[in-house]
Design a protein around this ligand. Structure first.
Ligand code: PGA
Length: 273
């Protein structure tokens, strides 16, 4: 959706528009999705929140996308729409796959690529992730590229090595002016309630930004939003958003609870408290 706004400097040290992204995973059918999006919109509207200072994106399952798109459009709800995956291919004999061209036709703005659940359950390699990033960009979708280490990998090679290596491959051949988002999601913090500390998130998000600088240049590094993901809740979002290299959050479980997700979106209310 690309809303730009003057940000309150006490709320963030960067000029990048914060992005709060709700990854629904395999939850909410298309009827539940309508009720959820309407309720979220109503909750935020009531609080006069929708001023563009934070960009909100929802990532429903594929079967909900058309319904949610129609609702956002009809009710002029200012949430961006994203998909949870995309095919490396444009069309053809690839049973079960979804083309980036189809997602673009649905006005999807974003697509999550390389989520650890895809890497783990669908054997997605760094090379597949890189091909999906290219497929997304080809159809003008902004890839939300997920990176992050398991606990074992953190113990073996330190906090940044895995994310740096994954991102180096994912950004191979990506043009310097590409619009991308990176999500640092330590695997040990996803759905576990075991959240990274703000300092841990900052360390890896800063390392990730350095990779963007090396591969795509300083301008891209200054412009690209780097999100933290993994057990983000209303109670901890503000502490992450205070970190200079954290530009938002990719939220799983807490994005399925209207009041909780709305409170995460309104984190500026609790920043500095
Ligand atoms: P979680 O999931 O917020 O439920 O930990 C985050 C994610 O997997 O994107």
């Amino acid at each position: 959706m690309g809303v730009s706004a003057d940000l309150d400097s006490s709320a963030t040290s960067s000029r990048r528009t914060p992005l709060i992204a709700g990854n629904w995973k395999m939850n909410l059918d298309h009827l539940q999705a309508v009720a959820f999006v309407q309720k979220l919109h109503w909750t935020l509207k009531d609080a006069k929140h929708e001023d563009g200072s934070v960009e909100v994106a929802v990532f429903p399952p594929f079967t909900d996308l058309r319904t949610v798109q129609t609702l956002l459009d009809a009710d002029k709800i200012p949430f961006a729409l994203g998909a949870q995956d995309v095919s490396t291919q444009d069309s053809g004999a690839y049973t079960g796959e979804i083309s980036g061209a189809f997602l673009a036709k649905l006005d999807a703005s974003y697509v999550i690529i390389g989520h650890s659940e895809r890497r783990q359950y669908h054997a997605e390699t760094d090379e597949v992730v890189a091909a999906k990033v290219k497929a997304a960009l080809k159809h003008s979708l902004v890839p939300v590229i997920c990176v992050g280490e398991t606990l074992e990998q953190r113990e073996e090679s330190g906090p940044t090595a895995v994310s740096v290596a994954q991102l180096q491959v994912a950004l191979e051949g990506v043009p310097a002016d590409a619009d991308i988002v990176i999500a640092y999601e330590p695997v040990w913090a996803i759905g576990t309630g075991q959240v990274a500390s703000p300092e841990q998130a900052q360390e890896v998000c800063a390392a990730v930004r350095r990779v963007v600088a090396e591969k795509l240049g300083e301008d891209a590094a200054a412009r690209t939003r780097v999100l933290y993901g993994g057990s983000v809740k209303a109670a901890n979002i503000a502490s992450f958003m205070r970190e200079p290299d954290v530009d938002g959050a990719l939220v799983g479980g807490a994005s399925l609870v209207v009041d909780e997700f709305a409170a995460i979106i309104r984190y500026q209310k609790h920043v500095g408290v």
